[in-house]
Design a protein around this ligand. Structure first.
Ligand code: HEC
Ligand SMILES: [Cu+2]
Length: 482
């Protein structure tokens, strides 16, 4: 009897129990992109709206579910009920109906109040410390509040332009002179001072993207030809993880970014570092060879490196400080030691705690990225796979970068044709030589085989746009860019 009851109730209860248990632990919430672990006022406000809704729904669930269970138990069929007279059918109860409609409207109003106030809040400076923000901007309580508003905001908030591109983000700080026009833009990882209100201008240079740092604020789209904006603020120092949240093409899932929230003094130092040029390379080093290759292999057409006058491209991520970033290629490749990072997160129960960059991991990532998409050969001797399918470095057609894009390199086509011809010629020579002596046949076969081997080697060379040595030198050069 008991087990029968338990198996029925258990069937219903198990999923609920699992849900409750899965949701309970605070540590479980602390994954890298958790909206349930807000670390700034904007995310906190949005989290509060979510929780308001959750609690209201829990109350409704208990009320409705409770009534249902009560009715099921109270009015269940009992032995002998078969002979009881049918209960007379009713035609609704106006009191119950009006009551339920009113209660539903009430529930919607209860949700609407925090929702609307959160929308109002999100549209303005999050820092309560700015006196002219919020309602005071609209009501002239402070002297000249309405006129001063724009000025005070400009002085007290940090302005950042975010530009979305397939498939990476570029950040610019117009107030601080860190812009793409000044060749000082910041790709993929940006930095903000703790506790400061940040006004983000969202722009796209191609398709629609979406800007989302779950622990700092909800997402807002970057739409071509439209000026969207949002406010963010980070209240706890740490390394945060962001993501493009709108499908934007092949490598959308690899379009990530990071934000570092630091103490204000640290931020000032970071800005100074961003303005500094790269250091000269040591004469006779691999890095020096790499620097020459950076020009020879067309890298300088797309990338800017301050301190290397040849590298002045504005199309691609600025590489002046590439070795100082914890991630690479739209934050898809992580430049830290994964084991050490995991240990740190588990030890502190905090994903924002970060270990430093690991030079070996960074170097391996640089080689992996630069040599990807078939421009180098892997350990197996075959052309390498795509790290980011369709990425605009290895596949940009408009530039027809002969040094990097194998698909458009006529050299490879020619080498492939030469190999096919050599194979055909060797086969034909054998057919033509039918009836000759075995010694003569062997000589003809040997000559044909040699041509095929040479053509195969030539094709391998043509496909290998970057040799392992060249990759190594390029990586060594980029490692000096801190
Ligand atoms: C056709 C333009 C183009 C050329 C030529 C080019 N790149 Fe890139 N590069 C890009 C773009 C675009 C990205 C960003 C790709 C992404 O993340 O989706 C990029 C990303 C990178 C990154 C990662 C930057 C970061 O901060 O994450 C490195 C390193 C890099 N390129 C090095 C090179 C080297 C070395 C060469 C020459 C062998 C080169 N690039 C040639 C366009 C180019
Ligand atoms: Cu995107």
């Amino acid at each position: 009897m008991f087990s029968r009851f338990f198996s029925r109730v258990g069937l219903l209860a198990a999923p609920f129990l699992a849900l409750v248990m899965a949701g309970c632990s605070k540590a479980d919430m602390n994954v890298r992109q958790s909206t349930l672990d807000p670390k700034g006022p904007v995310a906190k406000m949005q989290y509060d709206v979510f929780m308001d809704t959750v609690w209201l729904v829990v109350v409704l669930f208990i009320l409705v579910g409770g009534l249902l269970v009560y009715a099921v138990i109270k009015f269940r069929a009992r032995p002998g009920d078969e002979d009881a007279p049918r209960i007379e059918e009713g035609h609704g109860n106006p009191l119950v109906e009006i009551g339920l409609i009113t209660a539903s409207i009430g529930a919607l109003v209860i949700i609407a109040i925090p929702t609307l106030s959160a929308i109002w809040y999100d549209d303005d400076v999050p820092a309560e410390s700015i006196p002219t923000s919020k309602l005071s901007a609209w009501y002239p309580r402070l002297e000249g509040a309405k006129e001063n508003y724009a000025k005070v905001v400009e002085e007290q908030v940090l302005e950042i332009d975010v530009i979305g591109k397939q498939w990476w983000f570029r950040f610019e700080y117009p107030q601080l002179g860190l812009t793409n026009d000044a060749k000082r833009s910041v790709p993929n990882e940006f930095v903000i001072p703790k506790g400061k209100a940040v006004h983000i201008n969202l722009r796209s240079e191609d398709v629609i993207h979406s800007f989302w740092i779950p622990k700092i604020a909800g997402k807002v789209d970057l739409v071509p030809g439209r000026k969207n904006h949002m406010w963010i603020q980070g209240d706890e120092v740490g390394h945060y993880y962001g993501q493009c949240a709108e499908f934007c093409g092949d490598s959308h899932a690899y379009m990530l970014f990071r934000v570092e929230v630091v103490e204000p003094a640290e931020f000032a130092k970071w800005v100074q570092r961003q303005k500094a040029d790269s250091l000269p390379v040591v004469a006779g080093s691999k890095a020096e060879t790499g620097k020459a290759l950076f020009a020879a292999k067309t890298c300088m057409m797309c990338h800017n490196i301050n301190g290397n006058p040849q590298a002045a491209g504005v199309f691609a991520p600025d590489l002046t400080h590439v070795a100082s970033r914890k991630s690479l290629a739209g934050a898809w490749l992580d430049n830290r030691d994964p084991k050490a990072q995991l240990a740190k997160e588990q030890e502190t129960l905090n994903t924002e705690q970060s270990v430093e960059i690991d030079r070996d991991v960074l170097k391996a990532n640089l080689k992996k990225w630069i040599g990807s998409s078939g421009v180098a050969t892997g350990a197996d001797g075959k052309p390498t796979k795509d790290v980011k399918p369709g990425n605009r470095m290895h596949f940009y057609q408009a530039f027809s970068v002969s040094g990097l894009n194998p698909t458009f390199a006529p050299l490879i086509d020619a080498a492939e044709n030469a190999l096919t011809e050599a194979q055909a010629a060797a086969a034909k020579a054998l057919v033509d030589a039918k009836g000759k002596s075995p010694a003569e046949l062997a000589t003809i076969k040997k000559a044909g085989d040699e041509k095929v081997v040479a053509a195969t080697a030539a094709l391998k060379k043509a496909r290998e746009i970057l040799t392992p040595e060249e990759l190594d030198c390029l990586a060594e050069y980029l490692l000096t860019l801190k």
